[in-house]
Design a protein around this ligand. Structure first.
Ligand code: ZN
Ligand code: ZN
Length: 109
């Protein structure tokens, strides 16, 4: 399992359901993404969306070849509009970085 990885191509991502009650030690999920990616969030990770990324969204990758990425939840930066669309599928921007949402393996529960 990679805690952090990037994908050069645009890939299918699925906004996970019912994640609003989950939290981690970081101030927010977007903060969690910034700490572990070592990057600063700028725009939403959804292809063709130019809104500012304000949220760390929980996603899976239903079309991933690697089973780990199909079933384990990762964080990507998103605008609040896309982050609010639970259960919907989008395509990511190229070179999106994914950070594992598993707190016990990252920042601690
Ligand atoms: Zn965290
Ligand atoms: Zn967006």
């Amino acid at each position: 399992m990679n805690k952090v990885y990037s994908v050069e191509d645009s890939v299918k991502i699925r906004n996970a359901n019912g994640t609003s009650d989950r939290s981690c030690k970081c101030d927010s999920w977007i903060e969690h993404w910034e700490i572990f990616s070592n990057k600063t969030a700028s725009t939403c990770s959804v292809s063709n969306c130019s809104n500012k990324a304000t949220d760390g969204a929980h996603i899976t990758r239903p079309a991933a070849k690697n089973e780990d990425y199909k079933t384990h939840t990762y964080i990507v930066p998103m605008c609040s509009s896309h982050n609010g669309k639970h259960g919907e599928e989008f395509y990511s921007k190229e070179n999106t970085t994914f950070v594992w949402a598993n707190v016990s393996e990252t920042c601690g529960a």
